[in-house]
Design a protein around this ligand. Structure first.
Ligand code: CP
Length: 329
């Protein structure tokens, strides 16, 4: 693996390889000394042109836990305000010795351009580009689902390879969601059945070609599909114009109606099967797409997703930069 730009870059064997490496990384994180020498002497640049809490900090933590040096770039306070381009910014940071560039950018396709236009010679990891892709989020979501639903209770260490037989319902603002796009692809690759549920105005044109089913009524979908995992999406108000959704006639339904029709609340929690888990990529709009009761319920694995993000990003950096020269201790 040279770059990780899209969930579509991974076939089933590669996706399982990342998840298995992440499981080994997670095991090292319960030790007293969490740090591994694996990437000593390597430099990872976090190039963030959009705000982030979880992804930026977990990539930084992951790189440091592997003993890499980390350079953090954020657009605020940089020479971007003087008109410097993505290409010049990336090349400047590469000149400082980067071995991998982790990039988040508001423009869909920016990491792909960085990797394939010859702008940098390093590995490029997509940490979220526009509404396009967020592959490490999908990997950490798959990792979390696999841990909960595919573990053999008699042999907890023997986790099933993939997500065959698992049904995941993804709910909400699919239109603006790179998390949804990445998850639909990766979960399908891993064998899960995926159903997206959204108001018609928040379903992208072309979604009917994705490897998933589409539904518009959440209550009906919960009854019909009996999901093993429900993934709530953040309503991305910052990507909606003042009038509403960018590809539809406004933010329809209204926030109140959205919550009533598509929010996960105590009543809908009770509709789920005993083993079903609730995911959210964060940050959450509590009271809009998810109630506090649902977010804080024992079914919610939202903070586990955050913790698993470190292990998954360690695995990705390891596979990109160190696999050929190191073995995990
Ligand atoms: N899930 C996610 O990408 O969160 P951040 O925007 O905080 O990185």
């Amino acid at each position: 693996m040279r770059h990780l730009l899209s969930a579509a870059d991974l076939d089933r064997a590669q996706a399982v390889e990342v998840l298995d490496a992440a499981a080994r990384m997670a095991a090292t994180q319960s030790r007293e000394i969490k740090k591994l020498p694996t990437l000593r002497g390597r430099t990872v640049v976090n190039l963030f042109f959009e705000d982030s809490t979880r992804t930026r900090i977990s990539f930084e933590t992951a790189a440091k836990r592997l003993s890499a040096d980390v350079i953090n770039f954020s657009a605020k306070g940089s020479s971007l305000s003087k008109g410097e381009s993505l290409k010049d910014t990336a090349q400047t940071l590469q000149a400082m010795g980067a071995d991998a560039v982790v990039v988040r950018h508001p423009a869909s396709g920016a990491p792909h351009r960085l990797a394939h236009a010859g702008w940098v010679g390093t590995s490029v990891v997509n940490a979220g580009d526009g509404t396009h892709q967020h592959p490490t989020q999908a990997l950490l979501d798959a990792f979390t689902i696999r841990r909960h639903l595919k573990a053999d209770t008699a042999h907890p260490e023997a986790i099933g390879n993939d997500l065959d037989g698992v049904t995941v319902v993804i709910v909400g603002d699919v239109l603006h969601s790179r998390v949804a796009r990445s998850n639909v692809q990766l979960l399908h690759t891993l064998g899960a059945r995926v159903v997206i549920v959204a108001p018609p105005t928040l379903v992208p044109v072309g979604a009917h070609t994705w490897p998933c089913e589409i539904a518009y009524d959440l209550d009906q979908a919960l009854v019909d599909h009996q999901p093993d995992a429900v993934m709530m999406l953040r309503v991305q108000r910052e990507r909606m114009g003042s009038g509403g959704a960018s590809a539809g006639p406004g933010f329809f339904p209204s926030p109140l109606e959205y919550t009533r029709s598509y929010g996960l609340d105590a009543r809908r929690l009770r509709m789920l099967s005993e083993r079903a888990i609730v995911l959210h990529p964060g940050p959450m709009n509590r009271g809009l797409e998810i109630s506090a009761e649902a977010a804080d319920s024992p079914r919610a694995v939202i903070l586990e997703q955050v913790a698993n993000g470190v292990a998954v990003r360690m695995a990705v950096l390891y596979l990109l930069l160190a696999k050929e020269r190191e073995t995990l201790a």
